[in-house]
Design a protein around this ligand. Structure first.
Ligand SMILES: [Zn+2]
Length: 338
C-alpha cells in the first residue's frame, strides 16, 4: 500500500512537471493575444487520445463549391466549414466540438457513398444538402481586423482534434447540430422519419442571456398564412375565421411542437416551421382577430448538438469530448481510421 502511494506520488509529480514545462509553449497560443506570457497559475491538462485517427491532411475530399468541384484536404474543408458554421468568438472547446462534429458528419456522408445531388463530389456548400462553407476571403470581409486571429483559432480547433470523430458502434454518427434550443434538444424522430439511439432529447443550458434573438415573434395575416400553408397542403380546409384552423398541438417534453393539425391536416411542428420560415419548432401560436401570432424560442431544428449550448458548457469548463458525449448520448469521441 505504502509502495503504491509512493508510485502514485511519483507519477503525479512527473505529470505536473511535464504540464509545467509545456505551459510556456501553450501560453504562446493562448486565446487572448494580449494576455501576459507569465508562468500560468496552474498546470494545463494534457489529453492522450486512445487511438490516433487518419490525419485530416491525408484525407482528400472533392468539394462542390461555387459550382465547381475542388479537391482539398479534410483540414482545409473543415476550416471553410468552421468559418461559416460557428461564431469564431466562441470558446476554444466549443470550436473543437464543432470541428469534430463537422468532420464526423462528413465521414458519415462519405461512408454512405455518392448522393444524387452531387455524384462527383463528397460534399457541397449548400446548407440544405451538406454544410455551409466559406472562403478565407469572405470570412476576412466579415471579421475585419480579427481575421488573422480567428483563422488561427479555427485552425487550432481542427489541429487539436485531428482525425477525431464521434463514433457509435465504432462508426461515425449522423452528427447533426443547430444553433440554440429552448432548454432541451429533441429526438430525431420528432423531426425526421427515423429515430437514432444517439439523437435523443437532452438538456441544454443556453438562454436569452447568451443567445442573440433567443425569442422571436412573427405575425401572419390569415390570408398570408392560408396561402403559405396551401402551397404544400392544398387539401387543408382554411376557410372562415382563423380561430379554429390550428388544433391538437402536441408538445414534446422538450417543449417543441411535435405535431399539430392545421385545417384538418396533421403536420410535424418542424414542417410548419419550414413552411412559415420560423426560427425553430419551439413555438406557441395564438389568434388575435385576423392575425396568427407565433412566439418562437431558439433557432434551428433542435436535434443533436446545440452550438450555443456547447459554448455555454465550454464556459462552464467542459471539454469538447464531454460536450459531444452529452449531446450524442452513448456515442464516444475517438480517432477514426477507415
Ligand atoms: Zn451536398
Amino acid at each position: 500500500m505504502k509502495h503504491d502511494i509512493r508510485i502514485l506520488t511519483l507519477i503525479f509529480v512527473l505529470l505536473w512537471a511535464l504540464a509545467w514545462s509545456s505551459a510556456g509553449q501553450a501560453a504562446a497560443v493562448e486565446d487572448q493575444p494580449t494576455q501576459s506570457n507569465d508562468a500560468p497559475a496552474e498546470p494545463i491538462a494534457i489529453a492522450f487520445p486512445e487511438q490516433p485517427g487518419t490525419p485530416d491532411a491525408d484525407r482528400i475530399l472533392r468539394v462542390l463549391h461555387g459550382g465547381t468541384v475542388e479537391e482539398m484536404t479534410m483540414r482545409d474543408y473543415l476550416q471553410g466549414v468552421l468559418r461559416a458554421e460557428m461564431p469564431a468568438s466562441f470558446e476554444p472547446e466549443a470550436l473543437k466540438a464543432q470541428a469534430i462534429a463537422a468532420r464526423t458528419y462528413t465521414l458519415y456522408k462519405m461512408k454512405g457513398g455518392p448522393i444524387t445531388n452531387h455524384p462527383d463530389a463528397d460534399a457541397c456548400d449548400n446548407i440544405s444538402c451538406c454544410k455551409a462553407y466559406k472562403t478565407a476571403e469572405d470570412a476576412a470581409a466579415d471579421w475585419g481586423s480579427m481575421a488573422l486571429y480567428y483563422e488561427e483559432k479555427l485552425a487550432r480547433a481542427i489541429a487539436e482534434t485531428d482525425g477525431q470523430a464521434i463514433l457509435y458502434g465504432g462508426e461515425p454518427i449522423l452528427a447533426v447540430f443547430f444553433s440554440s434550443s429552448g432548454g432541451h434538444t429533441q429526438n430525431a424522430s420528432a423531426v425526421w422519419q427515423t429515430d437514432l439511439p444517439y439523437l435523443q432529447s437532452v438538456s441544454s443550458p443556453e438562454d436569452e442571456t447568451l443567445v442573440p434573438n433567443y425569442y422571436s415573434v412573427v405575425r401572419f395575416s390569415a390570408e398570408t398564412f392560408r396561402s403559405l400553408f396551401l402551397r404544400t397542403h392544398p387539401d387543408a380546409n382554411l376557410s372562415g375565421s382563423p380561430d379554429g384552423w390550428i388544433q391538437d398541438v402536441v408538445r414534446s417534453d422538450a417543449d417543441y411542437v411535435t405535431t399539430l393539425r392545421v385545417g384538418g391536416v396533421t403536420v410535424k411542428g418542424n414542417e410548419l416551421r419550414t413552411i412559415l420560415s420560423l426560427r425553430s419548432p419551439a413555438f406557441t401560436v395564438k389568434v388575435e382577430g385576423d392575425t396568427l401570432v407565433f412566439h418562437v424560442t431558439g433557432y434551428g431544428h433542435g436535434v443533436g448538438m446545440s452550438q450555443y449550448g456547447a459554448n455555454a458548457l465550454a464556459m462552464q469548463g467542459m471539454d469538447a469530448a464531454a460536450i459531444l458525449e452529452h449531446y450524442f448520448p452513448g456515442a464516444q469521441v475517438q480517432g477514426y481510421t477507415s
